[in-house]
Design a protein around this ligand. Sequence first.
Ligand SMILES: Nc1nc2c(ncn2[C@@H]2O[C@H](COP(=O)(O)OP(=O)(O)OP(=O)(O)O)[C@@H](O)[C@H]2O)c(=O)[nH]1
Length: 323
Amino acid sequence: MDSDDDIPCAKAINVTSPDDPAVLSEEVLELANGCLCCSIKDAGIAAIEKLMQRKGSFDYIVLETTGLADPGPIASIFWQNEEYSAGLGKEIILDGVVCVVDAVFGRTQMEEDHSVDGIGESLRQIASSDVVLLNKIDVVQSENDLLKTEDMIHRVNPSAPIYRTTHANIDISRIININAYRMADHIRPSGLDEAGANLGQGMVPRPKHYELRGISSLQMTIPPLSPEKLANFETWIQRVLWDKELPKDDSSPDTHPVQILRCKGLFVMESGKEYILQGVQTMYEISEVNGQGVHGLPSAGKLVLIGKGLDEIARSSLLSVLM
Ligand SMILES: Nc1nc2c(ncn2[C@@H]2O[C@H](COP(=O)(O)OP(=O)(O)OP(=O)(O)O)[C@@H](O)[C@H]2O)c(=O)[nH]1
């Protein structure tokens, strides 16, 4: 961790290859300007492509950022690369963001987290994650401490699974090839809302809203949508992501700033089709899910938004579009 960095960003690409003794299993590429997030399109991805040219393709690339990095811009650049790159670059796809939280100090770090724009790095990292490892549980005194930390992580990011680990020991399938930016399964509602009631057609449990030190999240179950409602939602999310404010209407004429760090959703259409929403920073994608209906019930979608300003007003604005 480089605590004296001015700009929180990754400093190197570290690609490990246990089968390659010639490089002692590890190769580190230092980037010329030392900053991955500002220059990844030309330097970061280009550096990985160069490695791929020299050594052949990789099964998987693990990119470890500094402890101060904001994963959002880095994830969005890799995601953008999927769309715009050609040749070898096309093989570099974004699988997911994993965050390791220290089970001993993590809660204090989250409680004391702050930055100029109100979202400190530890909350940003948790907010942007697809999976969270709560590590060093062997040195935590009580189960209650672990539960409190898990609850805090869940309030910041209600959609990421949290796995307790020691020495980050984890079944690799939980963090590799998770396809977090493509699959709908991890967003799919379980069929029971939090009170344990079955979700029937047209029944919508109350959306859940959490807030912790500037980061808020909004989670809601969504009934089957008409194409028109989905189109309305798309207009809404564009306004929120790109203009960073809620759409104004007669009932809410004032400017209401909103900043989304990560959004995920699964929309079930009245026709039975399913669409998945994925978004990071200002980028989003809504794409049809193939093989819908494999899970049978419930016929309900789900939406998770994580960022700033996602309060009751944001909730009402969203409900007016979706319900
Ligand atoms: N008791 C215990 N120690 C751990 C665990 N995980 C890591 N450690 C120890 O904690 C120390 C720091 O581990 P690192 O993996 O270097 O931590 P890090 O945060 O990645 O460090 P930097 O990336 O260098 O900032 C090492 O001495 C590890 O052996 C754990 O689950 N339990």
